[in-house]
Design a protein around this ligand. Sequence first.
Ligand code: BG6
Length: 495
Amino acid sequence: DNLRPTIITIFGGSGDLANRKLVPALYNLYLDDQLPEKFAIIGLGRTEYTDEKFRNYLRKGLDEFSRRGKAKKEDWNAFKDKIHYLISDVFDDKSYQEIGQKIKSLEEEWEETAISVFYFAISPSLIEPVAKKLGSNNLCDDKSCSRIVVEKPFGNDLESAQYLNQLLTEIFSEEQIYRIDHYLGKEAVQNMLVFRFANILFEPVWNRNFIEHVQITASETVGVEDRGGFYDKAGALKDMIQNHVLQLLCFTAMEAPVHFNADEIRNRKVDVLRAIRQYEGKEVFKNSARGQYAKGWIKGEKAKGYREEVKVDPKSYTETFAAIRFFIDNWRWQNVPFYVRSGKRMPEKMSVITIQFRSVPHQMFPNTTSEHMIPNRIIISISPSTGIRIRFQAKKMGLDMRLKPAEFKFSYSGMYENDQPEAYENLLHDIMTGDATLFMRSDEVEEAWRVVMPFVRAWSDHPPGTFPNYTAGTWGPEEVEALIAEDGFHWITAP
Ligand code: BG6
């Protein structure tokens, strides 16, 4: 299946995702020689572009958003001919017939059948009509050659996700459906499998006997930007915890798969989600905290309050910060708290997993109180810096026997994300080669919804007392400190 001729048809071709992420990713794959020679992009949209105008529009996006910066003229000129545009209406059969004709004419020109990828870069409400029309217009009949890609949010709650899964699997086979969680495309997330399962040092201590607790932080400095319309109906729990944060938790907590293949890995992740303790009644509030930002300052710049953002209800009770204490009820993790938090308008942007180990059982060094005995810690940085740090105790140089913490550090070359393939490059490449390892299976999405539903329900039934409750540029509301302090720990904010 490797690099067969491929046509990527993008619904929402003139939208933000195509412009900021998809086309820059495909362009970078092209520069890295990772696209098939016979390759085309068909952009679809209502905007009345010609091929040329569409290409110019994408070029601007590329210059602004590609990790490699401005495109070189020769490279772009060679790439742009692969891009086509069709003015289309997702509700009109005629548009689907035109897509079919376009695909056919490219295949005739290439004298080969192509893998057809249909990318849904459209609002969630359009998934259903587009899927149905793709089916009724027979565009995905050849199950081995056609694929669809669905972006998050996948549903808005457990029920709607189940409905969507059922609808899609009536039209497509599960193997044809690629549900995206772009965190899985990040190098550092994939590296977690290697770190844990290609080394012997860590796995023996990766359990409740040695690990005291785990923290997962996914914080951002940005606010809701221009996505108020979507975000105000979602909030941090649905936008970040249900997907990205739970995925990080799964990679941290999963058992070792037998083989490196899509279903094995997804089975092990589903096991984790199934084992997460479900809270009821007051426990939901006892184990969580939520917040919404008020105006403040971030890195010397003024930031508006959430309720003042564009397309946000001025009386909104949507949370822009969420924190939860999870427990995983299985042999490996019994009673090890997993504290997760995610929020907008925090002091730093970082996605980080911290594994906090227990203290040594006996302290034998002179002049050393428990304050000096700093337990081991592994910090896995996902973004923007990518790497792993392991903290351990060392002897302080000198005649006395004194201790001080030291660190082993691993970082990907260049350390920063821009030097590595972007998440979307990894994911698009996998879609083209038919590797579903980094995509969400239907049961996985539903289990993740099951995990967050008690919070979704309780939070909407009981609006918070006071919102906004944290200043932009801080680490969230006060309760979030209490959530972890009551267990004797504190949040670790090192990126
Ligand atoms: C998206 C969320 O899925 O992830 C956004 O919808 C968020 O609200 C983004 O900003 C964060 O992704 P990253 O890769 O910048 O951590």
